[in-house]
Design a protein around this ligand. Structure first.
Ligand SMILES: [Zn+2]
Length: 242
């Protein structure tokens, strides 16, 4: 190998290392940027005294969409009574915005089955929050869209949510296949993304558009609940987009 080639290789390696450190730096501050900052880490306490942590996504100035089981305890059918919403979370002490005002929560099912047992399924597992104050002008928000079966089949999607203190953005593309209001996808990530938004961001679009919510994983498959027109209409009625 000539000296010239060796030098060129060395220069290339330095450039690659620099590029790598720059992207790591960018990732370290990414929690502050849109669209990451439009995703909330939610600390939920229920009337049954259970506690849960999950994610929600702003889809309007006053509307946040999430998994229904973050708003009603799936094991006891009890409503959440205290939810703390933190946006742009860096670690346990720092975030760009905490919502401390009042809010209303809505779900499509309280997870009680006819035989009295309580269980949730992806079929009904979607809910939303209406904030009394304008949150979206601080955090930004996603578009929201009720996808058809055709839209969801064989398309690639992203998700975005917090896992512990880390925002996992654009990590793993999703190949969704539609089954009524539920879709499944393969993922090499483990769970803890409950309530995370599943979205696309096609070229030419102004920003990300939410089409579903991450619910659970079982046997190596992940499940999401599709946004339906019904959900969007109800959210509009309650002022999510005002
Ligand atoms: Zn409970």
């Amino acid at each position: 190998m000539s000296h010239r080639v060796t030098r060129t290789l060395a220069a290339l390696i330095i450039v690659l290392c620099l590029a790598n450190s720059v992207s790591a730096l960018a990732d370290n501050t990414r929690y502050r940027e849109y669209p990451e900052r439009a995703v909330a880490r939610m600390y939920v306490k229920y009337n049954c005294r259970c506690e849960r942590v999950g994610n929600g996504t702003m889809v309007g100035r006053r509307g946040l969409i999430t998994a229904g089981h973050l708003l009603v305890c799936p094991y006891h059918g009890q409503w959440a009574n205290t939810i703390q919403f933190k946006f742009g979370v860096k670690n346990s002490k720092n975030c760009i915005y905490t919502y401390t005002g009042s809010y209303h929560i809505y779900v499509y099912d309280t997870f009680k089955q006819s035989n009295g047992t309580v269980k949730y399924s992806a079929e009904n597992n979607i809910g939303y929050v209406i904030f009394d104050k304008n949150v979206g002008d601080t955090t930004g928000w996603y578009g929201i869209y009720a996808p058809s079966a055709y839209d969801l089949t064989g398309e690639w999607y992203h998700w975005m949510g917090y896992k512990n203190w880390e925002m996992w953005a654009d990590y793993g593309f999703l190949n969704a296949s539609d089954n009524s209001n539920v879709f499944s996808f393969n993922s090499y990530q483990d769970a803890y993304f409950q309530g995370s938004g599943i979205y696309n961001w096609d070229e030419g679009c102004e920003g990300p558009t939410l089409v579903g919510v991450y619910i659970s994983d079982e046997n190596g498959k992940c499940y999401g609940r599709k946004v339906t027109q019904n959900v969007i209409d109800d959210m509009r009625k309650h002022g999510a987009f005002n």
